[in-house]
Design a binder for this molecule. Structure first.
Ligand code: ATP
Ligand code: MG
Length: 245
């Protein structure tokens, strides 16, 4: 019996101005796990993530989220997704709380605990401060708050620890792990910081030249590679070994 999948991508293609940047990409994200997406700059990670969350339409191929085709059930599926993609955009003159209020009213959701969510991401005592005065790390935390406030079933994080200090990195890592444990969330996270992925991911997907060329359990990687994820990653991107999925 196959395990339950949160995301199943098959034959995905995306072209921009006739240039194919995602090519025949397949990807399988098991439910309730943390999937780390790795790849060099320009490999295609953000483009794949944007298609999973319906921000870009595929040129060809299929994306199923919890068994439903994203193209056919977009509105329904999007309610169950939270995301932090690239630099989050906010209403600069408004506070963190006001930004979250606007977000929730836009999504048609009421009665969620904004204060608790801000506490979870470590944004305390900033009641009236406009976002324009936030540091990079504070913005990132607010972006994460916006992504998790409705307790989505699937959380998509593109470089989520960008700008966080070491304390923040640890706090946010624990938050993500708790969300998986307590809310049965599935997380797809991309990062260039291999040690960070090693801390939180269960499954690794390597993106090269627009497709996921290998998917493996972190457990297996750590068993087979003495120096762990870093050794595995360099082995793959240097063309040391390739198994197409
Ligand atoms: N809107 C766009 N128009 C044209 N080309 C694009 C567009 N978005 C992305 N690309 C191209 O698609 C390829 C993949 O880009 P993408 O942003 O997905 O890479 P990435 O793996 O996220 O890289 P990074 O690690 O730098 O974030 C790149 O060659 C990029 O130039
Ligand atoms: Mg990117």
């Amino acid at each position: 019996m196959s395990y339950e999948k949160a995301v199943k991508i098959s034959g995905l293609i995306k072209t921009f101005n006739k240039k194919e940047v995602i090519r025949n990409c397949n990807m399988n994200v098991p439910k309730g796990r943390v999937y780390g997406l790795l790849g060099v700059n320009g490999a295609g990670k953000t483009t794949i993530l944007k298609m999973i969350m319906g921000l870009l339409s595929p040129t060809a191929g299929n994306i199923e989220i919890f068994g439903q085709d994203i193209q056919k059930n977009k509105n329904n599926i999007l309610k169950n997704i939270g995301s932090v993609i690239e630099t989050p955009i906010f209403y600069e003159h408004l506070s963190a709380k006001e930004n979250l209020e606007i977000h929730l009213s836009y999504m048609g959701i009421q009665n969620l605990d904004i204060k608790n969510t801000l506490n979870l991401v470590g944004l305390h005592d900033i009641d009236y401060q406009p976002v324009s005065e936030f540091s990079l790390g504070m913005r990132q935390r607010l972006g994460i708050a916006r992504a998790i406030i409705h307790k989505p079933k699937l959380l998509i994080l593109d470089e989520p620890i960008n700008g966080l200090d070491p304390v923040g990195i640890r706090e946010i890592r624990e938050l993500f792990l708790n969300l998986v444990k307590d809310h049965d969330m599935t997380i797809i996270v991309s990062s260039h910081i291999l040690s960070e992925i090693e801390h939180i991911a269960d499954v690794i997907g390597i993106v090269e030249n627009g497709s996921v060329i290998e998917e493996l359990d972190l457990f297996t990687i750590e068993k087979d590679f003495k120096d762990g994820l870093e050794e595995y990653f360099f082995n793959i991107v240097n063309g040391g070994m390739k198994k197409y999925v």
